[in-house]
Ligand binder design. Structure first.
Ligand code: G6P
Length: 605
């Protein structure tokens, strides 16, 4: 899982590739590298670590040439060392790769058997050596590349340069996305439209199994059998301007503070406050006929799905099931005729979620993609797209995408309830009005920034932190724990408050902070009782609530939240748990925007 880019250009390639790699760092940042071709000769620079390390390497030793390929890596096979960094090179080829070559072991054995030696441990090097072996046998480049592709099993997007061939670049797509871009006397390849945003907005999205031969003058696309095929050219809407941090120290902080604005933006696209109605995008089916909703996602998006289940079942009385995408298809889900499957993904590219989408589609389900990135693979393959309008999210830990997902899912639940006749027009208008208050209340929560920072500093050096909540706030507890783990590396777990006494309470002592998410609702008394049980065992309870003033007295800390209904509270309570994680990470001095071992978009299963 990585980001790749290729430029067959007419001006120095290295700075342009670096600019593209900056846009691709969300796909991984374990190492980076660039190879160029000049006068038929291949050359490369690679560096373990983030892109800055590669920039330093290039300052120390520049890389000339107008054409080149670049890579930013999220390690799958082999540690993130320089030897395992892409591009992989032989005396004939330079290759960058996104994905996994599943049959790399037998291929490696075969090549070793022919006396071919290897430098690193990556599956990608096998592709480089295999292609080289065909070129060395005398095959013309196009045949050699095609033959190589026929030998590969797995998910991959590839970009290839061949020594002696200044006017040639190959690309291939199988499982991992690859886009072709067109310029003036130049052509490009990239993992996505964002990679090419500063180069071109005229794009072809390669289809599964497609491969492409680029020269400066033209691009030819072939199918897996090697027959030329035509693919439609689209105009990308991705803006070329790089998003900056503004006055904030980190993208994550900026994105947390942007939430009232982007949530208002998202709700503006889905709510018609004058009519008191929800307006969803045109659906190719009647919502009223949907017998069941299946929600599938990974990571933070999965917690958005869990919250949505409560809304869908409570308001629309439609059964809803929620699955982690990596588990979904393997449990052989029972689909219901006419069922609606919603795939939630900020990036629209997460491999497991995409595979689940294809599984549901092949089974004849109605398929919706709730994504932030329009033009992403999920958006292109779904029957209906529900955009979340969060704007580019750069911080690896998802924040504003989460609250925008929730906002759109809340609107969806209201519309489904109306379509099903579970709520009348007056009730729909009341729900719309309630949801409309969200941005204003979110801004109020953000005013507590300083108080939350203080609490965060007091938990930053804990070894374990627990988050507890009930009902619709249980997923928010899990999201809070995920945020804290991701960026501060503190071990954290989210529990249903009532479940604590079935095991986790054994962890409690005076060193374990417990964050209680307890809005004033039907369940508050029960949650507060669970928190008292923790206090009785010396646990350090931090209460997030708009109620329980009296009970809060003996607690370690109490953050007073604004009051709201259940359509809004999960969105509001997302903010303090995001800020707790953020300030704990700042206190610990971790790399907030690019935490270790993670990537923003996980394009391998
Ligand atoms: C990665 C990210 C998470 C994200 C998850 C799902 O693991 O680190 O922050 O929630 O992928 O990503 P998606 O783009 O599908 O929402």
């Amino acid at each position: 899982m990585c980001g790749i880019v290729g430029i067959l250009g007419t001006s120095p390639a290295t700075p342009r590739i670096l600019e593209s790699l900056k846009r691709l760092e969300y796909r991984g940042y374990d190492s980076a590298g660039i190879a160029t071709i000049e006068d038929g000769k291949l050359d490369r620079r690679r560096a373990p670590g983030k892109l800055g390390a590669l920039e330093d390497a290039l300052k120390a030793s520049a890389l000339s040439g107008n054409s080149g390929i670049g890579h930013t890596r999220w390690a799958t096979h082999g540690e993130p060392t320089e030897a395992n960094a892409h591009p992989h090179m032989t005396h004939r080829v330079a290759i960058v790769h996104n994905g996994i070559i599943e049959n790399f072991r037998p291929l490696k054995e075969e090549l070793l058997g022919k006396g071919i030696t290897f430098e690193g441990e990556t599956d990608t090097e096998v592709v480089a050596r295999l292609l080289t072996s065909y070129l060395d046998e005398g095959m013309p480049p196009r045949d050699a590349f095609h033959k190589t592709l026929t030998r590969l099993v797995g998910a991959f997007a590839l970009c290839v340069l061949i020594s002696g061939e200044d006017d040639l670049m190959f690309g291939a797509r199988e499982g991992s996305p690859l886009v072709v871009g067109f310029g003036e006397g130049e052509n490009y390849l990239g993992s996505d439209a964002m990679a090419l945003a500063s180069l071109s907005n005229r794009l072809i999205y390669l289809e599964e199994g497609d491969w492409a031969e680029l020269t400066h003058a033209k691009v030819q696309v072939f199918d897996p059998a090697g027959n030329p095929v035509e693919r439609p050219t689209t105009i990308s809407q991705v803006a070329a301007t790089m998003v900056d941090k503004g006055n904030h120290r980190h993208f994550m902080q900026k994105e947390i503070f942007e939430q009232p604005t982007v949530v208002a933006q998202a709700l503006g696209r889905y709510l018609d406050p004058n009519a008191g109605k929800v307006r969803l995008p045109q659906m190719p089916f009647e919502l009223a006929t949907v017998p069941k909703v299946t929600l599938v996602a990974c990571g933070t998006s999965f917690y958005a799905a869990q919250v949505a289940r409560y809304w869908i079942e409570k308001l629309a009385r439609v059964p809803a099931e929620v699955d982690i995408a990596s588990e979904f298809r393997y449990r052989e889900p029972v689909y219901m005729h006419g069922g609606l499957a919603i795939f939630i993904s900020q990036s629209g590219e997460t491999a497991d979620t995409l595979a689940a989408l294809r599984h549901a589609k092949a089974a004849g389900q109605r398929v919706a993609a709730l994504v932030n990135v329009m033009g992403s693979t999920m958006a292109r393959e779904a029957d209906v797209v529900l955009p979340i309008h969060a704007g580019a999210e750069i911080g690896v830990a998802s924040t504003k995408a989460f609250t925008c997902q929730l906002s759109v899912l809340a609107a969806f639940a209201i519309d489904l309830a109306a379509a099903k006749g579970q709520i009348d027009e007056t009730q729909e208008a009341a729900f719309v009005e309630e949801l409309e208050t969200t941005p204003k209340l979110m801004a109020q929560v953000l005013h507590h920034d300083e108080d939350i920072a203080k609490i965060a500093r007091s938990i930053a050096h804990a070894r374990d932190v627990l988050f507890v909540g009930r009902g619709i706030h249980f997923p928010i507890a899990m999201e809070g724990a995920l945020k804290l783990k991701e960026i501060s590396y503190i071990h954290a777990e989210g529990y249903a408050a009532g479940e604590l006494k079935h095991g986790p309470i054994a962890l409690i002592d005076e060193n374990v902070p417990v964050i209680g998410i307890a809005p004033e609702d039907d369940l508050i008394d029960k949650t507060v009782s669970n928190l008292q049980e923790i206090m009785a065992r010396q646990g350090k309870v931090i209460l997030l609530s708009d109620g329980a003033e009296k009970e809060a007295e003996g607690m370690y800390a109490h953050l007073s939240m604004p009051s709201a209904g259940e359509l809004v509270t999960p969105i509001l309570y997302a903010i303090p748990v995001q800020l707790l994680a953020y300030y704990a990470a700042v206190e610990k001095g971790t790399d907030v925007d690019q935490p270790r071992n993670l990537a923003k978009s996980v394009t391998v299963e």
